[in-house]
Design a binder for this molecule. Sequence first.
Ligand SMILES: [Zn+2]
Length: 243
Amino acid sequence: MVPIDITTTSDSRLSAWHVRRALRWLSPNDLAGLGFIRLMDEEPDDPEAQKEPAYLRGFLYNGRYLRKGKDHPAHIALYTSDLYLGMPRFLKLTPTQTLRFAFTLAHELGHHLIATRGYIYKPNEKYKPWRSGTFDPHEEKMADTYAEDVVKKMCKSWYYKSGKLLARIISRILFEVGVGEHWNGNYESAARWNFNAFMINPENLDAGQSYRHDMEKFLDGQQPATFLNQRQPEQSHHCGHTH
Ligand SMILES: [Zn+2]
């Protein structure tokens, strides 16, 4: 089993438990060469981003893959404050939450496969040569596909299937609260609820659209610079792979 290095200040045992459960679904061959998985509260290289709530940022920092360096082996960092975002406290022990950890862990493992053997599924896959700070949308898409395959495999069991169902229910409830806030004219609050709803279930496209709409309403008359590019909310992995 890949060692787990815990540096989080809250929910550390719980997070390690989710990671251990997720690891069972990853192929030992694919995990070869991965030195450890580090649990951190927040992405350390963007302190500015942590000052504003995630719904103003428009994306989550869920994890990052770090290539082997002079002084460290290849490893994955997972950022727990964003991984739990929007999840009601009493539901943090559910399979829904394990699926969130599993998706991000598998996505980052996809980057590890590309970094170490050059491909995820077939040797003829092509990626941009890696340089510090580069971002390859094709690589992101392939890492997502790999993560989706892992989650699909997990969801063949009733336990994780129920986690997926629960994600839909929680997301729907948060979305309904967001809709209520929208009709009351509380656009900032509506944006926050809808953002969380979309992050818990990215298939809830109504929540994603409402989030964007509410942000536009909220920022109308505010300083729009805080919401860069009016972008779509991004599930997941602003993973930067910069190391
Ligand atoms: Zn990525």
